[in-house]
Design a protein around this ligand. Structure first.
Ligand code: NAD
Length: 286
């Protein structure tokens, strides 16, 4: 049986470290770090995410503030709010929940955030810093994937890794992080030929595709480590949706370790967000 990588437990460990850092900062007379979350519109999934993030802040002792704006908010109004948050010394992290309504240019909004407060790690300055390995804030889900991998194998140097998916928020950054850690990385995507063959050659497979049970058991070599980023809703029992990953979990039990969905990568994303906010607060006050 493959080891089931317990993302909830590893996220709790990271939260404990984050809380200890916050407690130490406050004990030293420094300001309690604070995260501000901006939500535009009434997308139900986004509302749930924002509520989870705010509750998570409370758990570790971060200050949190929410700006819930109507769907009709103009891009200029949103940019003006971000300008005020950038200038507010009590705000250490700014997170704009995506997706934004269609009339707002997501790129322009991300680029308006002060890179020093960009706790999502999506600003081009932070993307550039990741690619050059020079400090900065790292995107949460990819860094969460790396922490899960390192819980199984602390030294990833020399391993062959296949990342399936080339999005800016998951595939590309996770591939850059693996490269920096000494892996030889292949980035696969919808145009890739012989994906099963490439997967079979990999010591590490990170699946970030968004198709339920896409990665089959016979794609995974014995002893590989499999990280499943996918979150796919499929009809479950009693008419309720069930969350499944991109990997056919039951078929990959010959792997060394695999993340479940739910309970794998998902919990890590918020834990890294909180850790990033503390990192941002420290850098801003240094
Ligand atoms: P995306 O749609 O932006 O990217 C999907 C990628 O999959 C693309 O690069 C595409 O080329 C590739 N792809 C599509 N079909 C393919 C095929 N047949 N063969 C190979 N590659 C193929 O998605 P994303 O934002 O990167 O998210 C991927 C998944 O991860 C989604 O299920 C999303 O919900 C999930 N996700 C989870 C978290 C988390 O916290 N756990 C965070 C972000 C995204």
């Amino acid at each position: 049986m493959a080891e089931k990588i317990d993302g909830r437990a590893i996220a709790r460990e990271l939260d404990a470290l984050t809380k200890a850092e916050i407690d130490a900062m406050v004990a030293a007379g420094r300001e309690r770090p604070g995260l501000t979350v901006v939500l535009v519109g009434d997308d139900p999934a986004s509302e749930v995410y924002v509520t989870h993030k705010v509750r998570a802040c409370e758990r570790v002792g971060l200050r949190s503030a929410e700006h819930r704006l109507p769907a009709a908010t103009t891009q200029d109004e949103l940019l003006a709010l971000i300008g005020r948050l950038n200038a507010d010394a009590h705000v250490h992290g700014i997170l704009v929940q995506v997706p934004l309504p269609d009339h707002i240019d997501e790129r322009a909004v991300i680029e308006a955030i002060d890179p020093a407060k960009d706790v999502d790690g999506f600003h081009p300055v932070n993307v550039g810093r990741l690619s050059t390995g020079t400090g900065g804030l790292r995107p949460c889900t990819p860094l969460g994937c790396i922490k899960l991998l390192q819980s199984v194998e602390p030294d990833l140097a020399g391993m062959d890794a296949l990342v399936i998916g080339r999005s800016n928020i998951v595939g590309k950054p996770v591939a850059m992080m693996l490269t920096a850690l000494g892996c030889t990385v292949t980035i696969a995507h919808s145009k890739t030929r012989d994906l099963p063959g490439k997967a079979r050659a990999a010591d590490i497979v990170v699946a970030a595709v968004g198709i339920a049970n896409f990665v089959k058991g016979d794609w995974i070599k014995d002893g590989a480590i499999v990280i499943d980023v996918g979150i796919n809703r499929t009809p479950g029992e009693n008419g309720k949706d069930r969350l499944v990953g991109d990997v056919a979990f039951d078929e990959v039990q010959h792997a060394r370790a695999v993340t479940p969905v739910p309970g794998g990568v998902g919990p890590m994303t918020i834990a890294v967000l909180l850790a990033n906010t503390v990192q941002a607060a420290k850098a801003l006050s240094a």
